[in-house]
Write a protein that binds this ligand. Structure first.
Ligand code: NAP
Ligand code: ZN
Ligand code: ZN
Length: 351
C-alpha cells in the first residue's frame, strides 16, 4: 500500500477537504497514473451528498469523488502491454468488472451483470473502497484505461471520460446523423458535449434550455436551434418534431411534456439522474408509438471510439480550470447552472 493525497467528503453533505488514504501497490497488469486533471461531474455532487440513497445499497465515506480522470503513466506492471511510462491516459466511471458475463464480453462493462467496480464510492473485488480522481494518483488494470487524444489539451479531454461518452453512446445507439432531428435538454456538462458530438455526427441539433441565456454559446457549440423551456410556446411550436431527445437534467421535470415533442417512433433517452422517480403519462407514449429509454456512460471499447472520434473532429470540452481548494465553490456553481461548461480541477494544486 502507498499513501495518496486527495480531497474527500468526510460524511454525506460535508464540504470536501484534504484527505490521505492508501492505494494498492501495482499488480502485474496494473498501470499507475499521475493524475493531472479531473473533471467535476454533477454525479460527484449527487454522490458526495448521498442523494441516490433510494437506488444505492450504501454510500462510502470518507468519499474521494472524481471519474473524469486524465493523467500520465508513471509506472506499469510487468505484464502490461498496451501502455508505457509517459503515455497520456484516462480513467472514466469504472475501474473493473467481472470480465466474463455476456455484457462484459460484448464490451458493455458498464452494464456488467455481476459487478461493475465504479471508480469511487464502490468496493473492489477484495471489498476495499474505491477512491476517485480528486487525488494525486490512481492505479487500474490496463484493460480499464483509455488512451487520450494527442492533438488536444489534456485538461479539455478529461470531461470526455464521463460527459463525452454519456452522450456519445446514446447518440450512436439511436443513430443520430444526417436527416435526424436531435434535441438535447439542459446545456450543462453533459448537454454541451451532446451538442458538439451530435453536430459532428451530422444531425440537426436543437437545445432545450431553461432560458435563452446560453443561446449564443449553444449556436457556437454547434446547435442549429435553441429554445427556452420556460416559454410555453416552445412546447406547442415543437410538438412532434424530434427523432431523438436526450434528457440530461438532474432535476424533476415533466417528462410527459417533453415526450410530446417526439415524432412517430421517436425516443427520449434519460441520462440525467434525479433523486426521485418521475411519473410518465401513458398517452404521450401511445399517441405516436414513442419510447422512453435510459443509457449509462459507455463501455471501454466505445469510450475509446468516442475519444478517437473527438480527436478526429477536434472536440474537447469547454472548461474552467480550478485549483482543488475551490471545489466546494465549484459545486455550488454547478447547482446554479453557472458553469461554462465543465469545471476541471488542476491536480497540481494538491501539492
Ligand atoms: P450539469 O452540468 O449541472 O447540467 C445539467 C443541466 O440541466 C444544467 O446546466 C441546466 O441546463 C439543466 N437544469 C438544471 N436544473 C434544472 C431544472 N431544475 N429544470 C430544468 N433544467 C435544469 O450536470 P451534468 O454533469 O451535465 O449531469 C447531468 C445529470 O446527468 C446529473 O444528474 C448526473 O448525475 C447525470 N449523469 C448521468 C450519467 C449517465 O451515465 N447516465 C453520466 C453522467 C452524469 P440549462 O441551464 O441549459 O437549462
Ligand atoms: Zn459523471
Ligand atoms: Zn461482467
Amino acid at each position: 500500500m502507498s499513501t495518496c493525497k486527495g480531497f474527500a467528503a468526510a460524511k454525506a453533505g460535508a464540504p470536501l477537504g484534504p484527505y490521505s488514504f492508501e492505494r494498492r501497490e501495482a499488480r502485474e497488469h496494473d498501470v499507475v497514473i499521475d493524475i493531472k486533471y479531473c473533471g467535476i461531474c454533477h454525479s460527484d455532487i449527487h454522490q458526495a451528498r448521498d442523494q441516490w440513497s433510494e437506488y444505492q445499497e450504501e454510500a462510502i465515506f470518507p468519499m474521494v469523488p472524481g471519474h473524469e480522470i486524465a493523467g500520465i503513466v508513471t509506472r506499469v506492471g510487468p505484464k502490461v502491454t498496451k501502455y508505457k511510462v509517459g503515455d497520456k491516459v484516462g480513467i472514466g466511471c469504472f475501474v473493473d468488472s467481472c470480465r466474463s458475463c455476456a455484457e462484459c464480453k460484448a464490451g458493455l462493462e458498464q452494464y456488467c451483470s455481476v459487478q461493475t467496480v465504479w471508480t469511487y464510492n464502490a468496493r473492489d473485488k477484495e471489498g476495499q473502497p474505491t477512491y476517485g480522481g480528486y487525488s494525486e494518483r490512481i492505479i487500474a488494470d490496463e484493460n480499464y484505461v483509455l488512451r487520450m487524444p494527442n492533438n488536444l489539451p489534456l485538461e479539455a479531454c478529461a470531461p470526455l471520460l464521463c460527459a463525452g461518452i454519456t452522450l456519445y453512446s446514446p447518440l450512436r445507439h439511436w443513430k443520430a446523423g444526417p436527416g435526424k432531428r436531435v434535441a438535447i435538454i439542459g446545456l450543462g456538462g453533459l448537454g454541451h458535449m451532446g451538442v458538439k458530438i451530435a453536430h459532428a455526427m451530422g444531425a440537426d441539433v436543437t437545445v432545450l434550455s431553461q432560458s435563452l441565456k446560453k443561446q449564443a454559446d449553444g449556436k457556437r457549440l454547434g446547435a442549429d436551434h435553441f429554445y427556452a423551456t420556460s416559454d410555453p410556446e416552445t412546447f406547442t411550436k415543437l410538438a412532434g418534431s424530434f427523432d431523438l431527445i436526450i434528457n440530461t437534467v438532474s432535476a424533476q421535470i415533466d417528462w410527459s411534456q417533453y415526450l410530446d415533442l417526439l415524432k412517430l417512433d421517436g425516443t427520449m433517452v434519460i441520462v440525467g439522474l434525479p433523486e426521485k422517480d418521475i411519473p410518465v403519462g401513458a398517452f404521450s407514449l401511445t399517441a405516436r408509438r414513442r419510447s422512453i429509454a435510459g443509457s449509462q456512460i459507455g463501455g471501454i471499447r466505445e469510450t475509446q471510439e468516442m475519444l478517437d472520434f473527438c480527436s478526429k473532429h477536434n472536440i474537447g470540452s469547454d472548461i474552467e480550470v480550478i485549483p482543488i481548494q475551490k471545489v466546494n465553490e465549484a459545486y455550488e456553481r454547478v447547482l446554479k447552472s453557472d458553469v461554462r461548461y465543465r469545471f476541471v480541477i488542476d491536480m497540481g494544486s494538491l501539492k
